[in-house]
Design a binder for this molecule. Structure first.
Ligand SMILES: Cc1cc2nc3c(=O)[nH]c(=O)nc-3n(C[C@H](O)[C@H](O)[C@H](O)COP(=O)(O)O)c2cc1C
Length: 202
């Protein structure tokens, strides 16, 4: 099926606001139409971690954009709530254990959980950037449940093999993997290119 160039992004109250902002920035740069839903706790985290208090493109990505459309958390009648609205998928980034549990339970009583439910039932890509540590058994079971229902579990877990030197590079590692999973082109440096030389036996 042709790409619709529409992606739903849910932002919840897990630590990781910078991941969300960088993801929005890259999706906008790629010309993707973003349908953004931020939970009330997600708003708190964006304020605490990123000093972002207004949900519009200027504050979220630092520039005006016609690609980013923001929806009210409780607007169950909005476009992403319906399977007839075609998208290329949805990302929940960051995803709290609360929202993870709700989606894994089939709940749909806010626009993030409803859109996630719709994404799964339409067999579209749902990427869950869960952030919590350590994980209890309930989280682990919910992650397995969602993965079996078709979601891609993509923990906010940056690698160090590219030798990141800044927080921005750690953020880009996670965001680049999410963009790859969405088949959205980007220029983030996230690819292993191999490294000459081995490990000394001494
Ligand atoms: C500063 C702060 C950091 C938090 N970090 C996390 C986190 O990393 N992961 C998580 O699952 N919940 C975290 N929480 C708790 C969630 O915000 C809380 O469970 C909330 O109910 C999530 O609601 P939501 O899923 O609707 O956004 C944090 C809360 C605060 C205030």
């Amino acid at each position: 099926m042709d790409r619709s160039n529409q992606i739903v992004v849910g932002v919840t109250g897990a630590s990781g606001g910078p991941y969300a902002l960088r993801l929005l920035d890259c999706l906008d740069q790629a010309g993707v139409d973003v349908h953004l839903i931020v939970s009330p706790h997600g708003r708190r985290l964006l304020a605490d971690e990123c000093d972002v208090r207004v949900m519009d493109p200027e504050h979220l990505i630092g520039r005006a954009s016609t690609h980013v459309r923001v929806y009210a958390f409780n607007d169950i009648g909005a476009l992403p709530a319906s399977g007839s609205f075609r998208t290329d998928g949805m990302v929940i980034c960051p995803c709290s254990s609360n929202t993870l549990g709700a989606v894994a339970s089939g709940l749909g009583d806010n626009l993030i959980t409803r859109a996630a439910h719709v994404t799964l039932k339409e067999s579209r890509r749902l990427i869950v950037v869960h952030r919590e540590m350590p994980l209890n058994g309930i989280d682990l079971e919910n992650l397995v449940r969602l993965q079996r229902a078709g979601a891609v579990i993509c923990p906010a877990s940056p690698g160090f093999y590219l030798r990141p030197g800044t927080v921005g590079e750690l953020i880009d590692f996670v965001v680049g993997r999410v963009l790859d999973l969405l088949d959205v082109p980007h220029t983030l440096d996230v690819r292993w290119k191999g490294r000459a030389g081995g490990i000394s036996e001494a």
